[in-house]
Design a protein around this ligand. Structure first.
Ligand SMILES: [Zn+2]
Length: 300
């Protein structure tokens, strides 16, 4: 990074924070301002989100973006926003659509996620991930290598960077092998990971329990956030928690009724309809949702 004398001077005069210096529309087509010094990048409604948080001691990122093109848009936006380095990079889960760009920012960024993240990422890594991608994506992914967290915390971690406080909260058993919500209590902004995705079915893996997803949704809503940034989709309010809770409630109710009628899991997956949510993205994930509801209603 090269710093001009004038940029350094402006940084010193303003205490290092330049939150309003660059209008959001100049940061890239997919970057939106959430609050002063807090931005979100996401190229399409269903894509993963990236949080860019400026502090007077440097930048804290939350995830790295859906594709290599997103990593590069985030990298360019950070450079426009501040001459300060990315100090910390928090992963909200282990999957590559949130973490594969870690190497772009680290070093120098210290990568953080819950215990178990590095092990899960190593097991799922594919060094040839972008080998068959388009020339543009291959170019953006130049230098790709797995970068696992340097810091793995248990249950909760509080991070103080400059004038901001970040509370990292473990979300147990809700999406991947290690899921983290990031709560900024002073700003009342919550990065909510991939538990409640607005207007989209989630891919619910066999080790995930609906009861744990619902517990995480309720815990995050109880924090009282003003702005909720989901792991995928547009940022908004806790309304996305209410909507997902209603959906899961209805799903459990309908699967439970069919179980009581003697239907097998296979039959329920073929017969059950959720017409109220037909407009949600990723309808092909419905069997995984029904499987999770079936486990919830049949467990002892
Ligand atoms: Zn994921």
């Amino acid at each position: 990074m090269t710093l001009t004398r004038s940029v350094v001077l402006v940084g010193v005069i303003c205490g290092g924070v330049l939150p309003s210096a660059v209008p959001a529309q100049e940061l890239g087509p997919n970057v939106r301002k959430v609050k002063d010094g807090i931005y979100v990048q996401s190229a399409r409604e269903v894509n993963s989100t990236v949080g860019i948080v400026l502090t007077r001691e440097g930048v804290v990122l939350v995830d790295t973006g859906q594709t290599p093109a997103d990593w590069r848009e985030v990298e360019a936006a950070v450079r426009k926003l501040t001459p300060l380095p990315v100090r910390y990079l928090i992963n909200t889960e282990v999957h590559p659509d949130h973490t594969a760009g870690n190497f772009v920012f680290s070093p120098p960024a210290v990568v953080i996620n819950h215990w178990g993240a590095a092990d899960a990422m190593r097991k799922a890594d594919n060094p040839a991930r972008y080998a068959n991608a388009s020339p543009e994506i291959r170019a953006a992914a130049e230098g790709y290598r797995l970068m696992t967290p340097h810091v793995e915390y248990h249950d909760k971690l509080t991070l103080h960077v400059g004038e901001r406080t970040f509370e990292l909260l473990r979300l147990r058993n809700v999406h991947s092998e290690a899921d983290t919500a990031v709560w900024l209590p002073s700003e009342r902004v919550l990065f909510a990971a991939s538990v409640a995705i607005p207007n989209s079915l989630n891919n619910i893996r066999p080790f995930v329990a609906l009861a744990d997803m619902l517990a995480a949704i309720r815990m995050m809503r109880a924090l009282g956030p003003e702005v909720v940034v989901p792991g995928h989709g547009s940022f908004g309010t806790t309304g996305m928690f209410d909507e997902n809770e209603r959906y899961f409630g209805l799903l459990i109710e309908r699967v439970g009724a069919m179980v009581r009628q003697g239907r097998t899991l296979d039959q329920i997956q073929k017969e059950l309809r959720m017409p109220e949510y037909r407009h949600w993205a990723y309808q092909e994930r419905m069997p995984t949702n029904i499987d999770a509801a079936y486990r919830a209603v049949t467990q002892k």
